[in-house]
Design a protein around this ligand. Structure first.
Ligand code: HEM
Length: 324
């Protein structure tokens, strides 16, 4: 009897280990099944960057939007279907879907039905950072693709650029991020562009004051007002980092010190009185190496949000739609 109980216990432990270990992502997940996946994705990205220097930023942005809605499961890539509304319906800021398709096609060509769209996004984000001059890290792999999307969640999952710092921190903390992660991940705004509509409220009538946001550097304010005239085209785009718009560096934090954060949510990290983020902003502006190592860790953390592993989900053959 005692032996049977002991044996059952051992079996339960082994079962728990198998279940738990199958839920772990690993950098060597495709070592035997698709060893070149990272370089295949990198090659497609390199070609895409020759045509469009913004693409690295757009792919990092896409990965962030995938992970924050029900985890990193490729759901952001799904189009509308008879069974659900695609997440793209509720966001107008995403781009790069065609490049992800090209990456998927190139990967399928070498290792068919093996690598998930969710993992392609994770690799594309890391390659994008690295190929823009930023850090590289060992991408954790083994995610599978969702068979559904959640367009409703898109409306609540993301902080708005006009949210207060405390609202933004709360949204990130709900997903397990620390204040340091919030600062590090915001540093992704060292590359890429934003539309006038996302920061125009700072330029003319900030919070109903009929004046610009007082935290804006006056010279930068004039530049932004010329780029986004009142009643002008709200879809015009402006670089987050005017100095080195396509280089992944720590200039984002130096810009904040010069009151040149583009979004209200950027500048708040430094300009909110008594904020818990101020120390880290100054730290990252003093040390790019420090920013890079924290950014890498925070991106790995983001990539670990609720992945589908083991037999959950599927390996989509076409990133736009579920199999079958
Ligand atoms: C802290 C909360 C955040 C807010 C409020 C925010 C807000 C925004 C906004 C408003 C835009 C411009 C969108 C447009 O005009 O179409 C943008 C772009 C971007 N965001 Fe964020 N973001 C946040 C966090 C993040 C995170 C965590 C990442 C990735 C780690 C990220 C990466 C990017 C990138 C790379 C772009 C440029 C995309 C492009 O040029 O195509 N953002 N963000």
């Amino acid at each position: 009897m005692a032996f049977a109980f002991f044996s059952l216990n051992v079996e339960l432990c082994i079962l728990a280990f198998v279940v738990c270990s199958s839920a772990q992502l690993s950098p060597t997940f495709y070592q035997n099944t698709c060893p070149n996946v990272s370089s295949i994705v990198g090659q497609v990205l390199q070609q895409a960057l020759q045509k469009d220097s913004r693409m690295a930023a757009s792919l990092i942005h896409l990965f962030f939007h995938d992970c924050f809605v029900n985890g990193c499961d490729g759901s952001v890539l799904l189009s509308n279907s008879a069974n659900f509304t695609g997440e793209q319906t509720n966001t107008s800021s995403l781009r790069g879907f065609g490049v992800v398709d090209d990456m998927k096609a190139a990967v399928e060509n070498e290792c068919s039905a093996t690598v998930s769209c969710a993992d392609i996004l994770a690799i594309a984000a890391e390659r994008s950072v690295s190929m823009s001059g930023g850090p590289s890290w060992n991408v954790q792999l083994g995610r599978r693709d969702s068979t559904t999307a959640n367009a409703t969640l898109v409306k609540t999952a993301f902080a708005s650029p006009t949210d207060s710092l405390s609202t933004i921190i709360t949204k990130f903390q709900k997903l397990g991020f620390s204040v340091t992660d919030v600062v590090a991940l915001s540093g992704a705004h060292t590359i890429g562009r934003a539309r006038c509509q996302t920061f125009s409220s700072r330029l003319y009538n900030f919070s109903g004051t009929a004046k610009p946001d007082p935290t804006l550097n006056s010279c930068y304010l004039s530049t932004l007002q010329s780029a986004c005239p009142q009643n002008g085209n709200m879809s015009s785009i402006t670089s987050f980092d005017p100095g080195t718009p396509n280089t992944f560096d720590n200039n984002y934090f130096i810009n904040l010190q010069n009151n040149m954060g583009l979004l209200q949510s950027d500048q708040e990290l430094l300009s909110t009185t008594g904020a818990s983020t101020i120390f880290t902003v100054n730290e990252f502006s003093n040390s790019q190496a420090n920013f890079f190592s924290n950014f890498s860790n925070s991106m790995i953390k983001m990539g670990n949000i609720s992945p589908l592993t083991g037999t959950r989900g599927e390996i989509r053959l076409n990133c736009w739609k579920v199999n079958g």
